[in-house]
Design a protein around this ligand. Structure first.
Ligand code: AMP
Length: 295
């Protein structure tokens, strides 16, 4: 079926393209009219966090593309690539009523045809935090995001602050490679108890879901303590250890990190005299919950 015939069909409320040629045709038509085109890269299983990025980006651009691609290159061999939720029809329903104009949902061999060899690596910033726990993850993200930019020719793209290290990495990549793409960050969307919305929250059992809600509360408490002690030179290392203990006491099975960082460089910090970010990952069973707060 051609991409055109899918527009607003009863089965699919969204216009979906799956080939680079169709994507470029559509974007080319928009650019010929002088329209500014934005991209929201996602792996699908869309929730309110993703939809908020669509709405935010639409304030700055004339047309919004949402890409849906579960990127094998960013999953480790022991990770949940096979189990990752795939629900394109439901995603398209969720996008109805948002300002999204087009869905780009390529198959894996469109993104990585036989003989694919290239990988993009952004240095230092990707070495620790998520990079230490998930070797190769950020190379997979950087590679697919660069491909999505060159495939779509987008003028702007938005990434959630939920994956803060990813956002910082993409900003570096764009600067370092002189990519003509404006990068926006979208605020973290949270559920009623403050748990950051995530496609992986569906993995949580009811008791785990209750514990999960404590992550943001503990981080907010650490932030308050850091700010309260800032004048007297708060011991950020001691607060990180206190946070780790509090998470274990709250019922988390494991804490990958609790870390105060410089908000821009992501370097470790010992004092709060520049914009900072508190980043943490705690595990419930096999599920890793990411969160972070601006300081
Ligand atoms: P994903 O589908 O998990 O790759 O996420 C796609 C984009 O949505 C990324 O830029 C994420 O940072 C962003 N995102 C995921 N969850 C949230 C959230 N709760 N609030 C804001 N953005 C989010």
């Amino acid at each position: 079926m051609s991409a055109i015939s899918q527009i607003n069909s009863p089965e699919n409320p969204m216009d979906v393209v799956r080939s680079i040629a169709d994507l470029r045709d559509r974007v080319g038509d928009w650019k010929a009219k002088g329209l500014k085109v934005g991209l929201v890269p996602t792996m699908g299983a869309l929730h309110e966090g993703h939809l908020s990025l669509v709405r935010r980006l639409a304030q700055d651009v004339d047309r919004v593309i949402v890409s849906i691609f579960v990127n094998p290159a960013q999953f480790g061999p022991q990770e949940d690539f096979a189990a990752y939720p795939r629900q394109e029809a439901l995603d398209c329903l969720r996008l109805q009523g948002t300002p999204a104009d087009l869905v780009y949902a390529p198959a894996a061999d469109v993104m990585y045809p036989p003989g694919f060899l290239t990988s993009v690596r952004v240095g230092r910033i990707t070495d620790d935090l998520e990079g230490a726990v998930r070797p190769g993850h950020f190379d997979g993200v950087a590679t697919v995001v660069l491909k999505l930019f060159t495939q779509s020719g987008c003028d702007a793209a938005i990434f959630g602050e939920k994956d803060y290290q990813q956002l910082v990495m993409i900003r570096h990549m764009v600067r370092n490679l002189d990519l003509p793409v404006e990068i926006l960050g979208g605020a973290i969307v949270r559920e009623a108890d403050g748990l950051a919305a995530s496609s992986r929250n569906v993995y949580l059992s009811a008791p785990q879901r209750k514990i999960a809600g404590k992550l943001n509360v503990i981080l907010a408490d650490l932030r308050a303590k850091a700010l309260a002690g800032a004048g007297a030179g708060a011991d950020l290392g001691a607060l990180e250890q206190m946070g780790t203990r509090a998470l274990i006491d709250a019922g988390f099975d494991r804490v990958d990190y609790v870390s105060f960082r410089d908000a821009q460089s992501l370097e470790t910090i010992t004092t709060l005299n520049a914009p900072a970010r508190l980043l943490a990952v705690a595990r419930l069973g096999p599920t890793r919950l990411l969160d972070n707060l601006a300081i």
